[in-house]
Design a protein around this ligand. Structure first.
Ligand code: IPE
Ligand code: IPE
Ligand code: MG
Length: 240
């Protein structure tokens, strides 16, 4: 029981280092992205095995649209392929699949595939796998503020309720509404920054920065991250 209490409910990973992994092997960057899909599979399985309830993965940022067209195109194709290939395993393992981000920028083909995967896995409950696609933290906060201002304009009779709204109320306008904030955020490849990821939701997350490149981050590395988390002391501003 003691051990279980230290399993994070929500683990989030900034999957970084695919390009460098490929370059180390004298290959094109996209070769690293393909290898990274294997790590997604391994970490999803490890999350199911360890009892983590939410695994979220930063797959593509709003800023990543500025990469060369060939790389962006290949990444989007890999997403479609990975969803198609992994659906049977997700069903077998009871994984609910969700994509969060600026869906308006994704192709109709990718959006259709996402809708299909989300619908088919909607009743699964062992693990929720969230893929952040075309996502950025500032974008999320801005779209939340816009939705809130629309609500205020269309419901003047609820003015007092909006004025009294607290942080939890505002959090419901973020795309992550209903998903607990990440307990642990891991970033691979040695970079120690958030790169505009979950700015609001990371308020009290534990951070783990590892030099391991994403394609090398497999089950053993996932389990070792959980072990590190288990030793952290979360105080939330209080005195213990
Ligand atoms: C992470 O790997 C994947 C995405 C951001 C899409 P990178 O492609 O950023 O790899 P590096 O950081 O250049 O090595
Ligand atoms: C962050 O990685 C985004 C994702 C992992 C999807 P980047 O490689 O894009 O981040 P920077 O540019 O090094 O900050
Ligand atoms: Mg990178």
């Amino acid at each position: 029981m003691e051990e279980n209490e230290r399993i994070p409910v929500h683990v989030s990973i900034i999957m970084d280092g695919n390009g460098r992994w490929a370059e180390e092997r004298g290959q094109e960057r996209v070769y690293g992205h393909a290898a990274g899909v294997e790590s997604v599979r391994a970490c999803t399985e490890a999350a199911v095995e360890t009892g983590v309830k939410y695994l979220s993965l930063f797959a593509f940022s709003e800023e990543n649209w500025n990469r060369p067209e060939h790389e962006v195109h290949t990444l989007m194709e890999l997403m479609v392929k990975a969803m198609r290939d992994e659906l049977p395993t997700m069903m077998k393992n009871g994984v609910r699949f969700l994509v969060l981000g600026n869906r308006a920028r994704l192709s109709p083909e990718l959006n259709a595939m996402i809708d299909d995967c989300e619908d088919r896995t909607a009743a699964n409950g062992r693990l929720t796998l969230v893929i952040f696609l075309s996502y950025s933290g500032k974008w999320d906060i801005l779209q939340a503020a816009k939705k809130l201002s629309d609500d205020i304009a269309s419901h003047p009779e609820r003015a007092e309720e909006f004025a009294a709204m607290g942080v939890d109320g505002f959090g419901k306008y973020l795309v992550t509404s209903g998903i607990p904030d990440p307990d642990l955020i891991v970033r691979t490849s040695g970079e120690c920054r958030l790169s505009n990821y979950l700015l609001w939701q990371a308020a009290y997350s534990e951070f783990l920065f590892t030099d391991v490149l994403w394609p090398d981050f497999r089950k053993a590395e996932f389990r070792s991250a959980l072990k590190e988390y288990a030793g952290r002391d979360r105080r939330y501003g209080r005195v213990k």
